[in-house]
Write a protein that binds this ligand. Sequence first.
Ligand code: UTP
Length: 469
Amino acid sequence: MISAPVVFNRVRQVKQEHVLRYWDELSESSQLKLLEQLRAIDFELLDDLTRRFIFGKENSQFAGDLAPADIIPIPQTASQQAEAIRAWRYGEDILRQGKVAAILVAGGQGSRLGFEGPKGKFIATPISRKSLFQMHAEKIKALGIKYKTTIPWLIMTSESNDAETKEFFERFSYFGLDQKDVYFFTQQMIPAIDGQGKLILDRKDHIFTNPNGHGGTLISLKNSGLLAEMKTRGIEELFYFQVDNVLIRICDPCFIGYHSLANADMSAKVVAKKHAHEKVGVIGKLNGKVTVIEYSDLPKSEMEATTPDGKLKYNGGSIAIHLIKLNFIEKLTSKELNLPYHVAHKKIPFIDDNGNLVIPESPNGYKFEMFIFDALAYAKNCVVIEVVREDEFSPIKNLTGEDSPDTARRDLINYYGRMLNKLGVDVPFDQQHDVQGALEISPFLAMDENELKSKLGPDFKFTDNFYLE
Ligand code: UTP
């Protein structure tokens, strides 16, 4: 272990000694805590990020030749539909063989939503009032029942929400899942810095750090031993999803099928952009490699460019749903994996000269994060499929407005309403195509209209506020 004087020396060398300004008034245990934090900081990395992003004004590592990616469209023609059915059946077989695990990234701080605690505890379903975690757990359990298999569930947390997440699962008895099939692992943290490249104290004995982004998943999976554990369990594919998408189709057999039939290392789902200027990253190619091109990196002319059939040239909005081969992660993490860091200007709590905590009203510092989609560039083969936004993507990001609890509730109700409608049930929709009223369908009853078909009596009628289970 590096001794305290060596750590102090290093801190002075890199001109970060302001973090020691309360040292003399700290208790011994607080001193140890701060020392521990300082030991773990990779100052070289921080220095590099500061030079490039803060002083060098680099926004990202984005440079090179852009091109659209090949995207499997939503099936329209008979042959596309036949291909989708083939993929579906193939994916179902892989699920039945127990080769798929689900991996949820839930280590984020959910700052835009402003919800105290892990975002997965947020109540999301319209009638039964289940949390996001419970929603996902029930889908995983229902899939296990349907395919007579077990789908291990890996959940990535971070230092700031790990204990509370585990406590929540304990309290609700893992939502009916077998505890031995639910695995938690934590991602690493990285310090944020201010505009002068200085570390930020948010307590006298603590430097502000944030989780290192969902790109931290791969290395943390390896370090936690879970990659090896999954291999032992015979897992070959990981279905990656984020905590806040209420419409997520966990382990979608069709996606698994397309991905496996192409022997892809890593695949992605996209939705058509709402309009050219929607602030979403698009899947495209950079120097021939599939990647997500962030909104700010796509030149305006390309953003607005269209194809001969009138669609946007870059139309595949990334929705952060992936399939990743286990052996691809093994390969990537067998040597040093350097996913690039991205920077974001954010509000970061700090202590003032009197040691009082201040929550700033505007961004005052920079957070660094790695993104999972940067692993796409290393994949030998990628499949990108387009799916229907209304059926598969509605995240809870903000407290109000777009991508909020209100829009998620509406989108869920509409999804269930359309399921019933397709089966001939008379569902009242208003002019915006929103269901007039509320309804919910348990995943244990059905996850799509094909499953619902056999379960719905011929006389079934829509009534407001019902929960079909
Ligand atoms: P977001 O980028 O939306 O971040 O994460 P967030 O933390 O949920 O919300 P904001 O930006 O602070 O408002 C998308 C998904 O990635 C996970 C989140 O938990 C969410 O499921 N994530 C994000 C991590 O697991 N770790 C991270 O470091 C960042």
